[in-house]
Design a protein around this ligand. Sequence first.
Ligand code: FMN
Length: 206
Amino acid sequence: MHKCVGVRHAMTAERLGADIVEVVGFEAAGHPGKDPIGSFVLFPQAVDAVKLPVVAAGGIGDARGVVAAFALGAEGVCLGTVFMATQECPIHPNLKQRLIEARETDTMLTFYSKGDPMRALRNPLTIQIQEMEEKGATMQDIIAVIGGGKGRHAAAVGEADWTILSIGQVVAQIHDVPTVKELVDRIMDEVTDVQERLSNTLSGRG
Ligand SMILES: Cc1cc2nc3c(=O)[nH]c(=O)nc-3n(C[C@H](O)[C@H](O)[C@H](O)COP(=O)(O)O)c2cc1C
């Protein structure tokens, strides 16, 4: 399975022999690429462009997102951000609390000027990095500020302001800290409700 941030990359992966492509919308955590194409547009475009099964990633946080991704033609889904707020995720409880408080507007892209942006929680550290980038800072300049284990230490002691916490916009859908099993069961249970509601709405009964 090859992970891609755009349609043309998915087509290249197919040409080079991948079995499955995973496409990542711009709202995702991690490295969503430089083209600001959201999942709602990206997924069907990728599905139309390749014959391979497409796994959809980016912005999926609950059953509605899962059903939407399948409706857009995906054959699988990948969720990242919402698993950060699970009991099993080995991050400090303060960071999980910050995820519960965060809204869809509380992420930003760091390292955009360096060619491989990373979506992370908007906090004083990521704002500082963005300001340095705007002033033309090199990667070495930025590493001098964020390196030396400072971010790792901040994360370990639960200082959400001073670490780069990679999360996607779907963080807004985090309201509690379930176990992984509870999260997956909840999503799968709600898929049935969403399907029923859709079927009623689309058939004119809802
Ligand atoms: C903390 C964190 C670390 C991640 N690290 C990677 C990584 O090393 N490589 C990668 O391809 N994707 C990474 N991702 C991205 C996920 O695999 C996935 O594509 C993404 O989280 C899906 O979007 P969502 O966050 O909106 O659910 C990471 C995501 C999170 C939340």
